[in-house]
Design a protein around this ligand. Structure first.
Ligand SMILES: O=c1ccn([C@@H]2O[C@H](COP(=O)(O)OP(=O)(O)O[C@H]3O[C@H](CO)[C@@H](O)[C@H](O)[C@H]3O)[C@@H](O)[C@H]2O)c(=O)[nH]1
Ligand SMILES: [Mn+2]
Length: 746
C-alpha cells in the first residue's frame, strides 16, 4: 500500500459518534457507581435517612460486613475508573510498506532476531526450529538479518536440530523468495497452503526435505540424546565437554552461518543467508541466571560484537512468525520521517495457533489485545509484553530520548553485514566471555542497561522504564497475525502463568519504577492509569474473593447486604450489573468473539482473580518479608493426547491437585451450599426473601451457573481431567466448615 505524502504509517481513531456514545455510557456508569457509594455511606452513618430499609435490626448488627461491602465497592469503582483510560482515545495503525521499498536498500538497518528457549523437554526442539526458520525467512534482505538462538537448556539436541535447520534453510529461504511465500513457518505453510501454481514440483521436493529434517529431529528427541555416532561425525559437539547440567556448564557459542568469512554459507541459488548463531550462556549453580532477562542481555552483548543490528526483535521459541512482512511493517514505524524518531519499540499482539473457537481458558485475552492495547497506544504506547516486540537496540540499553538526535546516523551505525576478519573459531573464543556468569558483576546490566532483573515480568518493567526515559511505543495489530504461539491447554498452567504475571506486575508497583511515583511527570497520566490496571491485578483478588464469599454466606443466614427490590437504591445496583455485562459482551462480540467464548472468558476472569492473583499476592507478601523469592516457572508447551482431545472439545481440565485449584473448588462448593440453603428460606417466606435478598440471590446463582463445568468435573466426569478426589474432599470440608461456622455465628 502506498501513501501519497510519503509517510510510512498512519494512525486512525474511532469515529466521533462512537466516542460520544461510549463516553456517555461511561458517564452513566460513573453516576451509578457514585450512587452505590452514597447508599453505603448513608446506610452506615445515617441509617435513619433510609425510610425503606427492612424493619429488622439484624442487618445493623452486621456493620462489619457492610463496611466490607462498602470498601470493596469503592475499590471496584476506582478500578473501573482506571480501565476507562484505555477507552478514552483508542487508535489503530496502518503501514505503507511500498513507501519503504522505494527507499534505497542501503538505508535499511540490520535486524537481529533473538529466539529464546530454556528446556528441551517442555519446549521440543522441533518447535524451536519452526520458530527459527520462520524468522530466517522474512521478506527482507538476508544479509541484514541475523538470528540468534539462546538456549538456557544448553541442550545438544536443540543444537543438533539447529544444525539440521541451517541446512534446510539453504532450500527454504530461496523457495520463499521465489514464490513470495507469506507464511514463513514451514510447518504451518505445508499445513495450510496449496502448492504454488507453477511450482508443484518445488513444493513437493521442499516438503520432502522438511519431513526428512522433522523425522530426524523427532527421532533424536525421542532417544533423548545425541548418539555417539553423530557425536563422532561432528566435532562441533566438543563444546559440550564441560556440560554437566543445564545449570552448570561453560559458555557454548557457535556460529552456524555467516558473521565471519570462514562461515560464509550460500543458499542453493548462491545467495547470502541470514546469519545464524547458537548461544548457551555460562551457568553455575552459585550464580543466579536471571531467567529470560539474563538470556536476552547476553544476546544483546554477543550480537553487538557480531552483526550489531540496529533493531532487535525478540520471539519466544513457542511463537513463530506468521507473516513474512512483519520486519518491514515494524520498520515503517521506526523509519517514518516525522514520528519515527521517538518510537522505542513496536509490540505485536500475542496470538495463538491453538486456541479453539470458544477459547475455554480465555488465552486469547481479547479485551487486552483488541481493546486495551489500542487504547494505551493512543496514550503513548502499549506495554512491552515480551515476544513479538521490535526494539531499537540503544533504547533497550538504556538510552534516554532526546529531540536532537540525528536519524540517518542511527540506522547506518550497525555492522551491515560486513564479514569479520577473524575465523569463526577465534570470534567464538573471543566473545564467550560476554556470556559468562561473572561478566555483569559491577556493571549496570540488568539495572540501567538491558532487560531488568529481579522481576518475573522483565518485559513490562523494562518497557515501563523505556517509557520513563521519554520514548513512545507502538501497538501494531495487523489483519494477518504477525506471530502465532502455543497457549497453555490446561487450567493449571494457565493459572500458574497468570500467577507469575500478576506477581511480577504487583512487584513493579512496589519497585523503584512504580508508575504511581517514578512515572509521575514522566509519562502520560492516562498511561499511568492504564498500567495500574495490570499492576493491581494481584490486590484485586481480595475484593473479588470478598464478593464471591461474604454475600453468599449472608444469604445462607438470611442477612441482606443490598437494598431491597422496592427501594430506589436498588436501581444503581441493577444498572451496574446490567450495564457492566452488556458492555463487556458487546465489546467481546464486536472484536470477533463468540457468545460462549465470552461466557468462558467471564469464568476465567473469576478463576484468575480468586486463585492466581490471590496466591501471587500471598507470595509477594512473603517475599517482602524475605521468606521467598519469585521464580520464573516455564510454561509447558506439550500435553498428552487425551488431554489435548479434551482441550479441543472445550472440556476443562482440573487434573492437577494444587492449592490453585482447591480454592476454586472451595468457592464453587460454598456457593452451591448457600444456594441450597436459600431453597429452605424460600419455602418459609417466599416474597420476603425475594424482596430483601434479590441481589445476593443473583450473585450466588451467577456463581453457581458459571461454575457448572466445575460441578460436572466433580460429580459426573470420569476422565483424567476431572477434579481429583483429594481436592474435592478438602474443598467440600472447607466449604461446609465455613457455612456451619458462619450460620452458628449468626
Ligand atoms: O530461564 C529461562 C526461562 C524462560 N526462558 C524463555 O522465556 C520465554 C517465555 O517463557 P514461557 O514459559 O513461554 O512464558 P510465557 O508466560 O508464555 O511468556 C510470556 O511472559 C513472559 C514474561 O513473564 C514474557 O517474557 C514472554 O515473552 C511472554 O510470552 C520462553 O521462550 C522461554 O524459553 C528463558 O530463556 N530462560
Ligand atoms: Mn510462552
Amino acid at each position: 500500500m502506498r501513501n501519497e505524502g510519503g509517510a510510512l504509517f498512519e494512525s486512525r481513531g474511532i469515529s466521533r459518534s462512537m466516542l460520544i456514545c461510549s463516553r456517555a455510557f461511561a458517564a452513566s456508569t460513573l453516576f451509578a457507581i457514585l450512587s452505590v457509594w452514597l447508599y453505603r455511606f448513608i446506610y452506615l452513618f445515617f441509617p435513619s435517612l433510609l425510610t425503606n430499609t427492612p424493619n429488622d435490626n439484624r442487618s445493623h448488627n452486621h456493620a462489619l460486613a457492610w463496611i466490607g461491602m462498602f470498601a470493596v465497592e469503592v475499590w471496584f469503582g476506582l478500578y473501573w475508573l482506571l480501565t476507562q483510560a484505555a477507552r478514552w482515545k483508542p487508535i489503530y495503525r496502518r503501514t505503507f510498506k511500498d513507501n519503504l521499498s522505494y527507499r534505497d536498500e542501503k538505508e535499511l538497518p540490520g535486524v537481529d532476531i533473538f529466539v529464546c528457549t530454556a528446556d528441551p523437554t517442555i519446549e521440543p526442539p522441533l518447535m524451536v526450529i519452526k520458530t527459527v526458520l520462520s524468522v530466517m525467512a522474512y521478506d527482507y534482505p538476508s544479509e541484514k538479518l541475523s538470528v540468534y538462538l539462546s538456549d538456557d537448556g544448553g541442550s545438544d539436541i536443540t543444537f543438533y536440530a539447529l544444525k539440521l535447520a541451517s541446512a534446510f534453510a539453504q532450500h527454504w529461504i530461496p523457495y520463499c523468495k521465489k514464490f513470495k511465500v507469506q507464511q514463513p513457518c514451514p510447518a504451518a505453510y505445508f499445513n495450510t497452503s496449496a502448492p504454488p501454481p507453477a511450482g508443484s514440483e518445488d513444493w513437493a521436493s521442499i516438503r520432502e526435505l522438511y519431513e526428512e529434517m522433522k523425522n530426524r529431529i523427532e527421532s533424536v528427541t525421542e532417544l533423548g540424546g545425541i548418539s555417539e555416532e553423530l557425536r563422532l561425525e561432528d566435532n562441533e559437539f566438543t563444546q559440550w565437554k564441560s556440560f554437566s547440567s543445564p545449570r552448570d556448564h561453560d559458555t557454548i557459542l557457535h556460529i552456524l552461518i555467516g558473521v565471519s568469512t570462514s562461515r560464509e554459507v550460500k543458499d542453493i541459488d548462491g545467495c547470502t543467508l541470514p546469519n545464524l548463531i547458537y548461544l548457551a550462556r555460562e551457568k553455575r549453580p552459585q550464580h543466579p541466571h536471571n531467567y529470560k532477562a539474563g538470556a536476552m542481555n547476553s544476546l544483546i552483548r554477543v550480537s553487538e560484537n557480531m552483526s550489531n543490528g540496529r533493531i532487535i526483535l525478540n520471539v519466544d521459541c513457542d511463537m513463530y512468525s506468521n507473516s513474512s512482512q512483519s520486519v518491514k511493517d515494524a520498520l515503517c514505524f521506526f523509519m517514518d520521517e516525522e514520528k519515527g524518531n521517538e518510537i522505542a519499540y513496536v509490540q505485536f499482539p500475542q496470538n495463538y495457533e491453538n486456541v479453539t473457537e470458544n477459547d475455554v481458558y480465555a488465552n486469547y485475552m481479547r479485551t487486552i489485545s483488541d481493546v486495551d492495547f489500542h487504547g494505551l497506544d493512543g496514550l503513548g504506547g502499549p506495554l512491552y509484553v515480551g515476544t513479538g516486540c521490535f526494539h531499537r537496540r540503544d533504547t533497550l540499553c538504556g538510552r534516554v530520548f532526546s529531540k536532537d538526535q540525528t536519524k540517518s546516523d542511527y540506522w547506518n551505525k550497525g555492522n551491515n553485514h560486513r564479514y569479520l576478519e577473524e575465523t569463526s573459531y577465534e570470534l567464538e573464543e573471543r566473545l564467550k566471555d560476554l556470556a559468562s556468569c561473572t561478566f555483569e558483576k559491577n556493571t549496570q546490566w540488568g539495572n540501567e542497561m538491558g532487560l531488568k532483573y529481579g522481576c518475573p515480568v522483565e518485559d513490562v518493567i523494562t518497557g515501563l522504564s523505556i517509557k520513563c526515559n521519554g520514548w513512545k511505543s507502538v501497538y501494531y495489530n495487523p489483519e494477518r497475525k504477525g506471530f502465532l504461539g502455543v497457549a497453555p491447554t490446561s487450567l493449571y498452567p494457565t493459572l500458574v502463568q497468570h500467577k507469575r504475571w500478576s506477581e511480577g506486575d504487583v512487584q513493579i508497583l512496589l519497585s523503584k519504577y512504580s508508575p504511581a511515583s517514578y512515572g509521575f511527570g514522566r509519562i502520560n497520566p492516562g498511561l499511568i492509569m492504564g498500567y495500574c490496571v495490570y499492576l493491581l491485578w494481584a490486590p484485586s483478588s481480595l475484593p473479588t474473593l470478598y464478593y464471591c464469599i461474604i454475600p453468599s454466606l449472608h444469604l445462607l443466614s438470611g442477612i441482606h447486604l443490598f437494598p431491597q427490590i422496592s427501594s430506589p437504591w436498588f436501581i444503581p445496583f441493577a444498572y451496574i450489573i446490567f450495564s457492566a455485562y452488556a458492555y463487556s459482551l458487546a465489546e467481546f462480540l464486536w472484536t470477533g468473539g463468540t457468545l460462549l467464548g465470552w461466557w468462558n472468558d467471564q469464568r476465567i476472569w473469576l478463576y484468575k482473580r480468586t486463585s492466581s492473583y490471590f496466591f501471587a499476592l500471598v507470595d509477594t507478601i512473603f517475599s517482602l518479608l524475605k521468606y521467598s523469592n519469585a521464580a520464573f516457572t516455564i510454561t509447558s508447551k506439550i500435553s498428552d493426547q487425551d488431554a489435548y482431545r479434551r482441550y479441543q472439545q472445550d472440556i476443562m481440565d482440573f487434573e492437577t491437585p494444587s492449592p490453585l485449584i482447591t480454592i476454586l473448588v472451595t468457592i464453587a462448593m460454598l456457593n452451591l451450599f448457600c444456594l441450597a440453603g436459600l431453597v429452605k428460606q424460600l419455602l418459609v417466606d417466599y416474597s420476603r426473601t425475594i424482596e430483601t435478598m434479590a441481589v445476593q440471590i443473583i450473585l450466588c446463582s451467577f456463581l453457581v451457573l458459571i461454575n457448572l463445568p466445575l460441578y460436572e468435573a466433580i460429580f459426573l466426569r470420569k476422565d483424567k481431567g476431572k477434579v481429583p478426589s483429594s481436592v474435592t474432599v478438602k474443598s467440600v470440608s472447607l466449604a461446609l466448615l465455613a457455612c456451619t461456622f458462619f450460620t452458628n455465628l449468626n
